[in-house]
Structure formats: structure tokens, C-alpha cells
Design a protein around this ligand. Structure first.
Ligand SMILES: [Mg+2]
Length: 423
């Protein structure tokens, strides 16, 4: 089954430059929460040698000397641009999995290789034209091959259809280093190298039983996927923990705000629990709603909106307050919703999270919140989920963090939309 992996090029930077034509072709970086370190680089910034994770204060002088445009992270903008890209992509396939904020797998069933190539080019052009975001498109018969094709496409014109049985496909796979394969971390690559397996080509031809014996089912799956046998399900691959998504389809269509509130409450509770379980805090949250796209006879409405948190948090009542406010803002009556979801973005380890200049964080208060959540989690763990849960949905405290170099919320805030002037 042919799959396309669509990946936005330098996504955060592309969102920033999209509304600043003066920066096109210039080096651009985006900083982490509270302007700590570099988390995204435009190709031009990469070419200058600015490393991922570069601390801003160490690189400040060089960034200035090199005329690098520096932005604070603007998750509200990225979340909204992501929603736009995903909306465009959904036109191309009935089965799609949004794998991360800037990547999606699309099933392209029933197409010839020539049609696949044309479709991949059309996806790239359409997303660019309609959203302004450049994407790379890789097509293969398995997720691993689609991912490989996508990586290879970046070295070319942004589109690559990989027929793993063609001579060109053989050449690409044979020359592809194992450590550049999706899901092959440094240690696995080193252990494969010990067996003399340095390329995807040699891994593909390796004995399945030997690989299974040494590397378990994870290794065997790599061999199968490289041979075009699809076995890598999305859930089985550990997603980069930059975001966390909780969503579920309803048993029946839902029209009332009150019921959507309950669904969102459940997702936020789960998300908060997951965050705390992994020692993470969210810098921003998004809420989205879906109507049934398989029923074109019904009115369609698929809103998504996000909001940045003043201080990254895993405290459920705070996450809940933001999510319910977003829900109120995006909800429209008169639609039959089939799904609601919550997205936590910009995840940071709790111990590394930084405070804000704009809100005093009381350590005693934070410790109280932490202990409250720990107690709730323990009760739910030992006595079953939902033993203790949220009764209220409101949490009134609205501050807004202005980061030093944050761009406008061009697409989500009326006061900040770009203005075109005619002289
Ligand atoms: Mg990307």
C-alpha cells in the first residue's frame, strides 16, 4: 500500500518567514520557551553552522553579527499553521495520520507509480500555494520507506517516489546509512555496525532470523519494512515527545457544547496524567473538533485552536481552564461533531522548565499543586481511572506571556492579522 510522508521544511521557521517576505532566503532561528536555546533553524541558518539546541546567550553575538533573524516560539501560530497544512492534506487521502505537528502519513491506495509521482508533486505545490509552507513529500510502500524517501527528497527537489524494487530504488537503499533510518537510534546503529551492517541495503538482505535473534521484533520489522512488507504501525513507533495528543471519536454524533466539554475534560485529564507520568510540562495546548468528512451531505466544520501557557505546566486545572476557553471560542452550534481532541505542545521536562517574568511562581504553591496531582494520580492508579476527577471546568486566570521576540499571531488573533498597504 503506497504511503506518502509529508513533512514541513523547517516548520517553525517557515511559519515565521511566511508572513515576513523580507526574510525569505535569510537565516532564521526560533528559540525555546523563554528564549532559552535554538529549537528550529532555516536551511540558511543550518548552513551557517548554528547547532540545534544552541543556548541563546552563548550565540547572541554571532547571531547578531551574522544577521540571523531570531524569534521566540509562537505555538499559537505553529498550531494554527499545522491545522491548515493538515486540512489541505486531508483533501488528498481518505486515510491520514497526523504523525506530529509538521508531519503526516497519507495512504495513496490504488495509484500507479506514475500517478503517485504526479500526486506527490501536486501535494507539495498545493500545500505551498494554499498555506505558504514548503513541504517535502516521500512516497514508499511502507512507513519506513516513505520516511526514507522523504529524507532523500530533501536532498533533491522535495519530492521522491521510492519504488524499492526498481534499480533506482535499490541504489538509494543500498547507499543509505543505517543510522539515518527512521527508528534506528545511535546504539542500535552501532550494534548493527558490529555485524557489518552499515547500510539499509545490507540490513534489507540480512537474515531475518539472525536480526530477530539479536534485535528482537523491532529489528525484524525494520528488515520487513525495507523489503516493502508493511508492519510498522504508527503507535508502535515512539513519537518524538514534543507533543502529546488525546482524542477519540464519539459513539454518536455530538451537537451540544456541554457534551463536548465533557469529552475535552476527559482528554485533558488523560493528557495531564500522561505529562506527569513522563515528567513533562506543556508550553501550549490546542483543542480541535471534527465533523464527519465521509458525509459530504452534512455541513462540515473542523476547527482547531491553541493557546500558549504563561508557565509550562502539567497541573490539570490549569490545562483544563485553557482548553475549555478554547472550546468555547471554536464551538459553533448546528454541526454534528464526531471527534474532539486535545493537543499538548512544546513539552519540556518539569525540572527544566523556566519561570516567567510576568507571573510570579510561588514554589510552595507549585509544590502543593504537584502533591495534589500526585495524590490524584495515585488514587486513580490504585482504585481505577476516574476515582477522582474534575468537577469544575473553569479556572479564571488569564495572563498573557509576551516573549521578547515573539511574532504576531497572524492567523488566530484579529488584532494581529497582517496588514497590506497600497501606496
Ligand atoms: Mg519538519
Amino acid at each position: 500500500m503506497p504511503l506518502a510522508l509529508v513533512d514541513c521544511t523547517s516548520f517553525y521557521c517557515s511559519c515565521e518567514t511566511m508572513f515576513r517576505p523580507g526574510l525569505w532566503g535569510k537565516p532564521v532561528v526560533v528559540l525555546s520557551n523563554n528564549d532559552g536555546c535554538v529549537i528550529a533553524r532555516s536551511p540558511e541558518a543550518k548552513a551557517l553552522g548554528v547547532p540545534m539546541g544552541a543556548p541563546e546567550f552563548q550565540w547572541r553575538k554571532r547571531l547578531r553579527d551574522w544577521n540571523v533573524a531570531v524569534f521566540s516560539s509562537n505555538y499559537e501560530l505553529y498550531g494554527d499553521m499545522s491545522a491548515r497544512v493538515m486540512t489541505v492534506l486531508r483533501r488528498f487521502s481518505t486515510a491520514m495520520e497526523a504523525y506530529s505537528i509538521d508531519e503526516a502519513f497519507l495512504s495513496l491506495d490504488g495509484m500507479t507509480w506514475a500517478q503517485l509521482a504526479a500526486c506527490a508533486r501536486e501535494i507539495r505545490q498545493t500545500v505551498r500555494r494554499w498555506t505558504g509552507i514548503p513541504v517535502g513529500v516521500g512516497v514508499g510502500t511502507t512507513k519506513l520507506l516513505a520516511k526514507l524517501a522523504n529524507r532523500a527528497a530533501k536532498q533533491g527537489d522535495g519530492v521522491l517516489v521510492l519504488d524499492h524494487d526498481s534499480p533506482a530504488g535499490h541504489d538509494l537503499i543500498n547507499g543509505w546509512p543505517t543510522r539515518e533510518l527512521w527508528g534506528v537510534a545511535g546504539r542500535l546503529a552501532a550494534r548493527l555496525a558490529d555485524l557489518g551492517i552499515l547500510t539499509a541495503g545490507s540490513l534489507r538482505r540480512a537474515s531475518r532470523s539472525l536480526i530477530r535473534q539479536r534485535f528482537g521484533v523491532v529489528g525484524e520489522r525494520l528488515v520487513l519494512e525495507l523489503n516493502g512488507v508493511s508492519c510498522l504501525e504508527l503507535e508502535e513507533v515512539e513519537a518524538p515527545r514534543q507533543n502529546l495528543c488525546g482524542s477519540r471519536s464519539f459513539g454518536r454524533p455530538v451537537t451540544e457544547l456541554e457534551e463536548l466539554r465533557q469529552a475535552v475534560t476527559v482528554h485533558v485529564e488523560r493528557a495531564g496524567e500522561k505529562l506527569r507520568g513522563q515528567g513533562l510540562a506543556a508550553s501550549a495546548v490546542c483543542v480541535f473538533l471534527l465533523t464527519n468528512r465521509h458525509r459530504p451531505d452534512l455541513p462540515q466544520y473542523n476547527p482547531q485552536a491553541g493557546r500558549e501557557l504563561i508557565v509550562p505546566t502539567a497541573f490539570t486545572p490549569e490545562l483544563m481552564g485553557e482548553c475549555q476557553r478554547i472550546l468555547s471560542a471554536i464551538y459553533r452550534p448546528g454541526y454534528r461533531y464526531v471527534k474532539a481532541g486535545v493537543l499538548c505542545l512544546g513539552l519540556v521536562p518539569v525540572e527544566e522548565k523556566q519561570g516567567s517574568l510576568f507571573r510570579e511562581v510561588d514554589p510552595a504553591q507549585e509544590e502543593k499543586q504537584r502533591r495534589l496531582m500526585a495524590a490524584v494520580d495515585a488514587l486513580n492508579l490504585h482504585h481505577g481511572r476516574n476515582t477522582v476527577r474534575m468537577a469544575t471546568a473553569g479556572f479564571e486566570q488569564r495572563w498573557r506571556m509576551r516573549q521578547d521576540r515573539k511574532s504576531s499571531c497572524y492567523t488566530t488573533c484579529l488584532a494581529e492579522v497582517p496588514v497590506a498597504r497600497v501606496y
